[in-house]
Ligand binder design. Structure first.
Ligand SMILES: Cc1ncc(COP(=O)(O)O)c(C=O)c1O
Length: 319
């Protein structure tokens, strides 16, 4: 992922990348007090169009997280959508884009302020982010020694920057031990999710995934794949607690998320999953997912929001 782009959107306007700054005394900087979304837009060569995927659902989740954090988002859904579109257009992307609307607390007093006692701002970042090669081969995973942050301490359903310190501890430990993204267990010792994605497995012909009460983010990709598995593959999908040892005997497993996409897991704690290569259900779901997000599946067009809507990337850049 390129770590810069031509523009960012900050507090109501597009600004050149180098001017997208905020003061070091903001709560956002000091304590990671923000809620954000990680969304993707996919390029369709056929339509010469970039489609934001399930944007309305991401904004719904952003508002849900802000509500739990007692934050007041100072923009309407329509204003946020226009801002995302303006930013991506200004950056002239014609490939896979990862973008992040972030609502943040500015300068505050001692963290116990009420929503109207602190300025709440918003910024949006957009990066070019092609899929990673591991989508074809799978990743080596492990079970983390770090627990997922729990609902009684820092709810995982809130996508807040502060929560990602927990994710980072787990991911760094896994990397230092030679693994890719780890699997995190919750306080009850059941499988929760990855540091930046949900997890699904195939056992006895069923697709099994931890429930949204297992200290996971209410993932939009998870929801998408559950629907695709049921509707398009006719699979039985079970949302239930998953034990650690079940991971070692499942037939297939994969991470899923807007960033991770559908990422096969080749092994966990050195136990090969299946034969150690992406299984057939994983591959079929992955194919379907990419058909849907890039506008090649007629039935799921309602999940797509066009960015250029008639204006080509070149024309938009000339504006
Ligand atoms: C901790 C965590 N869980 C799950 C997900 C997947 O969520 P989504 O599919 O909505 O991107 C993400 C990705 O953003 C995440 O950061």
């Amino acid at each position: 992922m390129s770590k810069s782009s031509d523009f960012a959107w900050l507090d109501g306007k597009l600004v050149p990348w180098k001017d997208a700054t905020m003061h070091i005394s903001t709560e956002c900087v000091l304590r990671g007090e923000n809620v954000f979304e990680g969304e993707r837009a996919y390029w369709s060569e056929q339509d010469q169009e970039l489609y934001m995927f399930r944007h309305a659902d991401h904004i719904r989740r952003l508002r849900q997280g802000a509500r739990i954090m007692r934050m007041t988002i100072p923009y309407s859904d329509a204003e946020i959508e226009t801002a995302c579109i303006d930013l991506i257009r200004a950056c002239r992307y014609r490939g896979s884009v990862h973008f992040r609307p972030v609502v943040y607390f500015a300068e505050g007093e001692l963290t116990h302020y009420l929503p109207d006692e602190i300025r709440t701002g918003m910024f949006i970042l957009a990066f070019s982010k092609p899929s990673i090669p591991a989508l074809k081969t799978g990743v080596k995973s492990c079970v983390s020694t770090w627990q997922r942050n729990g609902d009684l301490s820092a709810p995982s359903r809130v996508k807040s920057g502060a929560n990602y310190h927990n994710s980072r501890l787990a991911y760094i430990e896994a990397r230092l031990n030679g693994f890719g993204p780890p699997v995190m267990l919750n306080n009850a010792g059941k499988v929760a999710e990855g540091p930046g994605s949900c997890i699904m497995m195939v056992r006895h012909g069923r697709l099994v995934t931890p429930p949204i009460t297992a200290d996971i983010l209410e993932s939009i990709t998870r929801d998408t794949l559950i629907e695709l598995a049921r509707e398009e593959l006719g699979l039985e999908v079970v949302e239930r607690d998953v034990n650690r040892s079940e991971l070692y005997v499942c037939d297939e497993a994969f991470f899923c998320g807007s960033g991770a996409e559908v990422l096969p897991i080749a092994s966990i704690d050195h136990y090969d999953i299946g034969d150690g290569t992406p299984g057939s259900v994983t591959r079929r779901l992955q194919d379907l997912y990419f058909e849907v997000v890039s506008g090649r599946h007629a039935k799921y067009q309602h999940w797509l929001t066009p960015v250029y809507a008639g204006a080509t990337a070149q024309a938009s850049a000339a504006e």
